[in-house]
Ligand binder design. Structure first.
Ligand code: DGT
Ligand code: CA
Ligand code: CA
Ligand code: ZN
Length: 583
């Protein structure tokens, strides 16, 4: 049986092949719509297919339902095989290059015979792409850059993709009688912004059966290594997963070891040696090389016991990066990290008035379902025309509409009217102050002119922050993880300016951004800069991205007192006006 993820990939591949064939756009859209519908489907996918109920999903028609059913139940789809046979087997890899869609791939293949990324690189360098109608020298240069970027990042995955597979494998073992303890480890458990591979750890008395069960998962493409107590596999989507199996007594040591980071582990081992102990992934033991009498070794059942044995308070996995956490744990002053349950609202979200998918009302309903007390709507401003940004008239109309809608809610919920206002090239804003003054708050972001020199970019952003109506700075570095480098900007200066001007800095929680990066938050917090964790949701589903923002905030040492959206509704209203009132 094929999984939901595999089916989504199939639908996307079908859409791409149909684009290459030059099929009519409605037909192509039917496949991409079906893929989107599956992405948001949260029920039991394979059971739904087996019971022939997939057709009841919005966005999936009869013909596609039949194809999905054939694919899921037989493991392949004849229609796809035939379509694929019409093109070289490698052609789909071209779609992985940023900037290449169906039309361009078709032209490259038909006019230049380009069918692999390697051939694309050659054609970009030797001038053939520069001369191709509809391409040009600039496109050729951009393609070369995109190829380079892909090379650099290949092998890493977004936290969101890793989470899908981590949840999947933890679910695969749920209720398994031989599992006494289970956890993910590695960079995923530490909440890193990108993940190299997944690590799982299981305590059991029967390693053999655990390994067999692990290897029986349907999404495994290849078994890379298999031993008595470990296995490594490559999943169908290219991500690698490592499993370690240990005895219950070893679990806390192994969990700590395989959570890392390496640098953190090295420091822990050093501390153990000071007590006359050796620490490895299985145990704490008297150090045979020690000249002094080792300290007695306390009983250790949990990771917390292990930290306590080393005279440290428990260090949450997100902090284990050797960023000063050991010293702080020794002093006993690690911050109490913010948690998902602390969040009471969010600010930066889009609706279908700009480039989102849902209406204000749908977004508000979804926010309430998540238990939030307030939701900020911040659609794009007019200069972001590619995102269907709002001009003054549409914005004020939306404000009016939201104020009306707010009358329907009781005191426990409220929508804030905002905007994601473009910071123009010179640091001025896309709207005049008179317009901004009519909103509850303003998120200011850079969406164009990314390539100006660092000094100029820093000045540009600081100028925007100096505007009293700019409540918060959106995605401060502009990076898109694994695909677009941040623009050149001095973030230390930006943080300083945020502290001086009383501007909140966003932690954009979209797993593609996670911007401002966790490495800067500790410094920002020390300067008193406040954080807003914003999902930048473009659909009701996007609100769920708050989870990734919390992971990153925890990595940045933030507590609930540092995060403005942990404030209650009546408190947050005051905070949103604080900058204006103080100037
Ligand atoms: P990744 O997978 O590249 O995103 O990063 P990690 O941290 O998950 O690294 P990974 O999967 O190679 O190893 C998982 C953990 O195992 C790592 O965080 C620390 C521990 N570990 C692995 N190799 C070593 C090593 O050579 N020395 C030490 N001290 N720890 C290691
Ligand atoms: Ca890993
Ligand atoms: Ca690993
Ligand atoms: Zn934006």
């Amino acid at each position: 049986m094929k999984t939901k993820e595999e089916t989504i990939q199939l639908l996307e591949a079908l859409a791409r092949l149909l684009e290459l064939k030059g099929e009519n756009p409605f037909k192509i859209r039917a496949y991409t719509n079906a893929a989107r519908a599956l992405e948001t489907f949260s029920g039991n996918f394979q059971a739904t297919v087996a019971q022939d109920k997939l057709g009841e999903l919005n966005g999936i028609g009869d013909a596609i339902t039949k194809k999905i059913s054939e694919y899921v139940q037989t493991g392949s789809l004849e229609y796809f095989e035939k379509l694929q046979a019409e093109f070289p087997g490698t052609i789909l890899e071209l779609f992985e290059i940023t900037g290449l869609g169906g039309k361009k791939v078709k032209a490259l293949y038909e006019k230049l015979g380009v069918k692999t990324i390697a051939e694309l690189e050659i054609a970009s360098k030797d001038g053939r792409i520069a001369e191709l109608p509809g391409f040009g020298a600039r496109t050729a240069a951009n393609l070369l850059q995109a190829i380079e970027r892909r090379r650099k990042h290949s092998g890493r995955f977004l936290l969101s993709e890793a989470k899908i597979w981590s949840d999947e494998f933890l679910g695969h073992f749920e209720g398994h009688p031989d599992v006494s303890q289970i956890s993910s480890g590695g960079s995923f458990r530490r909440g890193r912004e990108t993940i190299g591979d997944l690590d799982f750890l299981i305590a059991t008395r029967d390693p053999q059966r655990i390994i067999e069960h692990f290897l029986s998962h349907g999404a495994i493409d290849r078994v890379l290594a298999r031993g008595e107590t470990k296995a490594s596999v490559l999943l169908n989507h290219g991500i690698q997963a490592d499993l370690r199996v240990v005895a219950s007594l070893e679990f806390p040591f192994a969990l700590c070891y395989f959570t890392g980071s390496k640098e953190h582990n090295v420091t822990l081992r050093g501390r153990a040696l000071q007590n006359g102990w050796t620490l490895n992934e299985y145990r704490l033991a008297p150090d045979p090389g020690s000249k002094r009498v080792p300290e007695p070794i306390p009983e250790i059942q949990t990771e917390a016991d292990l930290y306590h044995a080393l005279n440290l308070t428990y260090i949450p996995p997100e902090l284990r990066e050797n960023y000063g956490e050991i010293e702080a744990a020794e002093r006993g002053d690690l911050p109490k990290l913010v948690e998902l349950q602390n969040l009471r609202g969010t600010f930066h979200n889009h609706t279908n008035e700009s480039d989102g998918q849902n209406t204000v009302r749908e977004m508000a309903d979804a926010a309430q379902e998540l238990g939030l007390e307030y939701l900020g709507i911040a659609d794009h401003s007019k200069s972001s025309f590619q995102a269907h940004g709002l001009d003054e008239e549409r914005l004020l109309k939306q404000v009016e509409q939201i104020r009306e809608l707010n009358k329907e809610f009781d005191e426990g919920f409220r929508i804030f009217c905002g905007v994601e206002c473009d910071i123009l090239k010179d640091g001025s804003l896309d709207f005049a102050d008179e317009i901004l003054a009519r909103l509850d708050y303003v998120v200011a972001s850079v969406h164009a002119s990314f390539t100006i020199p660092e000094k100029e970019m820093t000045k540009r952003i600081i100028r925007a922050m100096e505007n009293r109506y700019v409540t918060m700075l959106g995605h401060p570095s502009g990076r898109l993880l694994l695909s677009r480098e941040p623009y050149q900007v001095d973030l230390a200066e930006i943080i300083k300016a945020a502290a001086q001007t009383g501007t909140i800095i966003e932690l954009n929680a979209s797993p593609r951004r996670l911007d401002l990066d966790w490495r800067f938050w500790k410094a920002a917090r020390e300067q008193g800069v406040r954080c807003a964790i914003n999902p930048d949701a473009h659909s009701v589903r996007g609100l769920q991205d708050l989870w990734f923002g919390i992971q990153t905030a925890r990595k940045g040492w933030l507590t609930r007192h540092d995060v403005v959206n942990c404030l209650a509704l009546n408190e947050v209203k005051i905070i949103l006006k604080q900058k204006i009132d103080s100037q």
